[in-house]
Design a protein around this ligand. Structure first.
Ligand code: CDP
Ligand code: CDP
Length: 226
């Protein structure tokens, strides 16, 4: 493999970004990093320190001093990184419903996004990487080698997320998951700064009815691997 490769994968919640990107990264001998983890960790820190999701100024301060460590996955499926916040393993807590509800508001502040940009760009420049998020192809790495917009219907995505949550012992109704997800997607797409949208030169992959393996294969091919 060559020495530099950046694959940017953006798209709405539960489109399959984490699943597909981690598998593609293994195939491409690249590092996988999910930028959503940073926004979730900041949101959890804000909830714990009593900082309101509307308070952009204090959130940006928190973001600049965020004591967050991201470690390669200890789980054998290798899908999720272990995330430590202020010395505590918070990997599970990042999926708390309170975090889901507040994360879009936290992420919409320009000062917050500015504070978190450098660390994401450092990771992007570190070698062979597959990055997932909402604005990777548009803002974080506009010169990425490959840009993917991963999507699926709202219903399909809600079913997937409900199933994944149930597997973690978190039971929520399909309606509840769908409503929450639609609200978060809308907030992410409508915010003024770095809104969630496909880059003009992104390859759009709609994953309804397609297997993970098929989608991974397509991305690996686009990245010149496999
Ligand atoms: O896993 P899921 O797709 O549900 O969410 P995530 O990727 O963990 O992202 C959580 C939230 O972080 C998103 O809804 C966005 O509000 C924010 N985010 C962002 O604004 N920009 C990114 N590059 C990644 C995440
Ligand atoms: O990271 P993101 O929020 O975009 O999605 P995820 O956390 O990877 O969840 C996607 C779910 O859909 C996982 O349970 C996958 O097994 C499943 N799935 C997929 O990712 N791709 C397909 N083509 C079909 C199913």
């Amino acid at each position: 493999p060559g020495d530099r490769l950046v694959v940017a994968i953006d798209g709405p919640a539960a489109a399959g970004k984490t699943t597909v990107a981690s598998a593609a990264a293994r195939r491409l001998d690249a590092l996988f990093f999910d930028t959503g983890v940073i926004y979730r960790a900041l949101t959890l820190a804000a909830l714990r320190h009593g900082v309101a999701p509307e308070d952009g100024l204090r959130l940006a301060g928190l973001a600049r001093h965020l004591d967050i460590q991201v470690k390669p996955p200890s789980q054998p499926d290798g899908r999720f990184y272990d995330v430590w916040l202020e010395g505590e393993d918070v990997t599970q807590q990042l999926r708390d419903p309170e975090v889901d509800r507040a994360v879009s508001a936290v992420s919409a502040h320009p000062a917050v996004r500015r504070a978190l940009l450098d660390v994401q760009r450092r990771i992007a420049r570190s070698g062979r990487v597959v990055l997932t998020g909402r604005d990777i192809g548009t803002v974080v790495v506009p010169d990425a080698d490959v840009k993917i917009w991963l999507d699926a219907s709202l219903e399909e995505r809600a079913r997937r997320r409900q199933r994944d949550l149930a597997a973690q012992g978190i039971e929520r109704s399909l309606d509840e998951v769908m409503e929450e997800m639609e609200r978060r997607d809308r907030a992410d797409a409508e915010r003024a700064i770095a809104p969630m949208k496909p880059a003009k030169d992104a390859v759009v992959i709609v994953t309804d009815g397609r297997s993970v393996e098929e989608v991974v294969e397509e991305i690996v091919r686009l990245a010149g691997g496999g």
